[in-house]
Design a protein around this ligand. Structure first.
Ligand SMILES: Nc1nc2c(ncn2[C@@H]2O[C@H](COP(=O)(O)OP(=O)(O)OP(=O)(O)O)[C@@H](O)[C@H]2O)c(=O)[nH]1
Ligand SMILES: [Mg+2]
Length: 329
């Protein structure tokens, strides 16, 4: 077969709407790659689409997020739903094998689901753009829910999880997880709290610790955010115990958001974060382009030699990028 010219984003989107999984995968790759094509794809999606349900699953490394996600997929398939999973993987050299590991663990249950890993390595802030654009794409294509798994370690990942409609925080028995999550501000963001590995000793204590922290949150006003007190669910991801309850809790949270103005507020916040990330990505590209000109290289050499201050260099470079507001304005 002779190679045909690769279809553009609009054509790919049409094919993807028809249910072609390879077109979906291709679109995500283009979004991940960034640049003008990624912006074009994001621009093809309706700006305000209040359908679907984006569930963020976050928590400490090893808490059982991928195992739980795999079990959730099985539950969702039983219910006749078609979910998608976006696993945002730290993929540091230490955990580089995690992508494959996660795929294998999830694919065991991935009946009909669309599962995709997105590596954080080399993304340099691009994740904050690529993840919301991808979840919007998947929800638009009718995947329900769209599950985003992130390790709640970096600020970007916390932002990503909190941009979901429903944020699920996974902990495991032991005081450490809950305390760390609280410190990272994750407890405040959680809509559903999970004590996974409930087959291990200390699960009831872990639940009590979480209840206590929520109580303290009420007293200190931390819980002033819109919405109800997060439900706490005990699960055993290795057997599937408690997973239907987890799904019910996430669905109930979505329903409670939709009943008030919570869903609108969440989606507004998500769009705000996406705008900031899109701007940041575009500005970064502008800066890279400006630095890669003869003038940019000259300015850089002057700064390195100490003959020009970074502030003056910045003004010169900005002036080269486009019209500047008049002085004193
Ligand atoms: N005993 C027990 N082990 C579990 C349970 N859930 C997960 N595990 C085990 O815990 C380990 C980590 O599980 P994962 O699902 O990979 O955890 P994760 O949170 O996705 O990990 P990262 O993606 O690396 O952050 C695996 O060996 C699982 O088999 C559980 O409920 N009980
Ligand atoms: Mg995982």
């Amino acid at each position: 077969m002779s190679p045909s010219p690769s279809p553009g984003p609009a054509a790919l989107l049409r094919v993807a709407r028809g249910g072609d999984r390879r077109a979906v995968a291709r679109l995500i790759t283009l979004v991940e790659r960034g640049g003008d094509t990624a912006l074009e794809i994001a621009g093809l999606l309706p700006a305000a689409d209040d359908a679907g349900h984006v569930i963020g699953i976050t928590g400490a490394p090893g808490a059982g997020k991928s195992s739980l996600t795999g079990r959730l997929l099985a539950c969702l398939a039983d219910a006749g739903r078609t979910p998608a999973v976006l696993a945002v993987d730290p993929s540091s050299p230490l955990t580089g094998g995690a992508i494959l590991g996660d795929r294998v663990r999830m694919d065991g249950f991935a009946a009909g689901a669309f599962v995709r890993s997105m590596a954080t390595r080399g993304q340099q802030g691009g994740l904050a753009f690529a993840v919301p654009a991808t979840t919007r794409l998947l929800a638009h294509l009718g995947f329900d829910p769209v599950i985003v798994e992130t390790t709640g370690v970096g600020q970007v990942e916390v932002d990503i999880a909190s941009a979901a409609d429903t944020t699920v925080l996974v902990t495991s028995p032991g005081w450490g997880d809950a305390v760390q999550a609280n410190k990272a501000g994750l407890l405040e963001l959680a809509d559903v709290l999970v004590v996974n590995k409930a087959d291990r000793p200390g699960a009831r204590d872990a639940r009590r610790d979480l209840e206590l922290m929520l109580d303290l949150g009420h007293i200190s006003g931390l819980e002033a955010r819109a919405g109800r007190r997060p439900e706490i669910v005990l699960t055993v991801a290795t057997t599937g115990d408690g997973v239907p309850e987890l799904l019910a809790a996430a669905d109930a949270h979505r329903a409670s958001l939709a009943a008030g103005d919570g869903l609108v507020a969440r989606r507004r916040r998500g769009r705000r974060l996406e705008l900031a990330a899109t701007l940041e990505r575009s500005l970064r590209a502008l800066v890279d382009t400006a630095m890669d000109t003869p003038a940019g290289r000259r300015v850089l050499a002057d700064v390195e030699a100490g003959t020009m201050s970074p502030a003056d260099a910045c003004a010169v470079l900005l002036a080269g990028m486009g019209p500047q507001p008049p002085r004193g304005a």
